[in-house]
Design a binder for this molecule. Structure first.
Ligand code: NAD
Length: 254
């Protein structure tokens, strides 16, 4: 009988965006606890430093930080240079940074309100991935993981920028997965349902809770466990897929 594939991430280097707080911080902590060194990025310098300190203390892994806006044209170069200088390699990219400003329908949402979401969720990750390709190609286990949303799988008529960009992220993920197969870089997405972070206001959680068959909001660590799985050798035969981590919210009715 063959040995079970390894869930360890020892000797891997992971880059996580939006990692100062919320799910991004938990992804980085989880990847480090499985043995990876991590490069974490966010707009918020103070929270990023506090998260890096905690990950170092809790895991003993090497942690480096870079303050960046994923939508700026040189974000990819910034990450590439930092990864090369500090770690000499990069294996895992987690596109996690996200925004949520409004919960409005089409009448209250002029077209220009879509652009910031498309920049953070699609154009930024696209440009960063493009710049990081040589590093990922050099890795024996290159991985790109998008944190999308169940609203990207089943839009339901609010926050158009969020829904449309999260759906576009899934399209980008599939296109990249197909193109990068020859390089053995695996590209997947996670589509969480409601997760307890500062992104979602309490009243929205109350409304979302009613639609979760398992009857609770997810803990960020439950999404991070899926990130760690997709990053590991246990997921070495999975690419181009979206893993729904949503408490059963989108089970088809027949
Ligand atoms: P959060 O608001 O707690 O964290 C988001 C982080 O992204 C923040 O630290 C923020 O500073 C950073 N960020 C925002 N714009 C950035 C930019 N341009 N460049 C760099 N960093 C930037 O939110 P979260 O809930 O942890 O969200 C993480 C991801 O999960 C997002 O992509 C979000 O859309 C997705 N998601 C969240 C939920 C939920 O219920 N919380 C559900 C499904 C998907």
């Amino acid at each position: 009988m063959s040995a079970l594939p390894d869930t360890s991430l020892t000797d891997r280097v992971a880059f996580v965006t939006g990692a100062a707080r919320g799910m991004g911080a938990t992804h980085a902590l989880t990847l480090a606890s499985r043995g990876a060194d991590v490069l974490i990025a966010d707009l918020d310098s103070a929270e990023l430093d506090a998260t890096a300190k905690q990950i170092r203390e809790d895991t003993g892994r090497r942690v480096d930080t870079t303050v960046l806006d994923v939508t700026t044209p040189d974000a990819g170069e910034q990450v590439r240079d930092r990864a090369e200088q500090v770690f000499g390699r990069l294996d895992i990219v987690v596109h996690n940074a996200g925004i949520m400003h409004d919960w409005k329908g089409i009448v209250e949402t002029p077209v220009e309100k879509l652009q910031p979401y498309l920049d953070v969720n699609v154009a930024g990750p696209y440009a960063i991935t493009r710049t990081l390709l040589p590093l990922l190609q050099a890795s024996p286990a290159g991985r790109v993981i998008f944190i999308s949303s169940q609203w990207g799988q089943l839009p339901d008529g609010h926050s158009y920028g969020y829904m449309v960009s999260k759906a576009a992220q899934l399209g980008l993920m599939k296109a990249l997965a197909k193109e990068l197969i020859p390089h053995k870089i695996l590209v997947n997405a996670i589509a969480p349902g409601a997760v307890l972070t500062r992104m979602v206001p309490d009243d929205v959680y109350e409304a979302e809770l009613a639609a979760v068959p398992l009857g609770r909001i997810a803990d960020p660590a439950e999404i991070s466990a899926t990130v760690a799985f997709l990053a590991s050798d246990s997921a070495a035969f999975i690419t181009g897929q979206t893993l729904a981590v949503n408490g059963g919210a989108l089970i088809p009715s027949s």
